[in-house]
Design a protein around this ligand. Structure first.
Ligand code: SF4
Length: 300
């Protein structure tokens, strides 16, 4: 594996020399993890009954001001581990009964992840879930094509004004919409077995307060531009004003019942009924796991 000396792993293409310094995402020369444990708060077809073997990577190329995982994404909390340790973590989660390995925001560690999956070898038989904010390059997706079974991606916004203001990424929709199309093409329609997703794409959208026009635009994109029956929709209502959200007037509250009903009705009208609609009562802070380095041990 070669550590990038002029990093272009994500669309920011910040050019960091990762052998010497951290990039804009917080990624350095070694993988950094905040937690690796069974997790029960993903969509039911991912969490199942035994949990998803979820590996939270520290750092993130997106800069969402409301990130519920800000201690790891923005503040880079975590511990460095070798790729051998990462491979062992995958295998240990499988032994613990995980239905899948769920790589959360791993794109800025792509070469390390590929090496760890390779080191884990054919003994790692459960599906690999790539859980991303959708801000991914075409090159990264193609590099993952043969190892990822399930793409769990976001379409957060259509408006570049919103994505610039809230996530520091004016090109977000251009990038994330292209990524979602590519994922649908690569994975094909969802394959379920005993209520668990084995292969396919879940496209998530988190409804934000005061942004119903953009939620409408996102849902319309999903209904008209992504292949019908080619993915599952996950409409989420759990928005809570974390991190720097309160600095933005519109984000300083949870979404209203009226807003959520509007979003759900629109999804139904548009035929986006294959998937999940979260209860509005899911907007609880306890759904954020504690990032306490559980399961992250470097024995090298
Ligand atoms: S992955 Fe990180 S270091 Fe690499 S281009 Fe993106 S922000 Fe920069």
């Amino acid at each position: 594996m070669q550590i990038p000396t002029h990093c272009t792993l994500c669309p920011r293409a910040c050019g960091a020399d990762r052998t010497q310094a951290l990039g804009v995402c917080g990624g350095g020369r070694q993988v950094r993890l905040a937690r690796a444990a069974l997790h029960f708060w993903e969509e039911p077809c991912i969490s199942g009954t035994r949990g998803s073997g979820t590996v939270f990577f520290s750092g993130c190329p997106l800069k969402c001001c409301y990130c519920q995982n800000f201690t790891i994404s923005a503040q880079n909390f975590g511990r460095e581990v070798s790729t051998r340790t990462l491979a062992d973590i995958f295998l240990r989660l499988q032994e613990q009964g995980a239905h899948n390995i769920n790589l959360v925001t791993a794109g800025h560690y792509l070469p390390w992840v590929l090496e760890a999956l390779n080191l884990a070898g054919p003994g790692l038989t459960i599906p690999i879930v790539y859980n991303t904010g959708g801000y991914e390059t075409a090159e990264a997706l193609h590099a993952l094509k043969d190892v990822v079974d399930i793409w769990l991606t976001d379409i957060k916004y259509v408006s570049s004004a919103l994505s610039a203001e809230y996530s520091g990424a004016p090109d977000y929709f251009e990038v994330a919409s292209a990524a979602a199309r590519t994922m649908c093409r690569m994975a094909g329609p969802p394959v379920m077995e005993n209520g668990l997703l084995k292969r396919g794409v879940i496209v998530r959208h988190l409804a934000l307060p005061g942004a119903m026009a953009d939620t409408r635009a996102v849902l319309e994109f999903m209904a008209t531009e992504l292949p019908k029956g080619g993915f599952l929709t996950s409409l989420m209502s759990q928005y809570t004003p974390f991190y720097k959200a309160r600095e933005h007037k519109a984000l300083n509250r949870r979404i209203s019942t009226y807003e959520y009903r509007q979003a759900v009705n629109l999804a139904v009208e548009l035929g986006l009924t294959q998937g999940y609609m979260q209860e509005k009562s899911s907007a609880k802070e306890e759904y954020t796991p504690s990032f306490n380095l559980e399961g992250v041990e470097d024995k090298t």
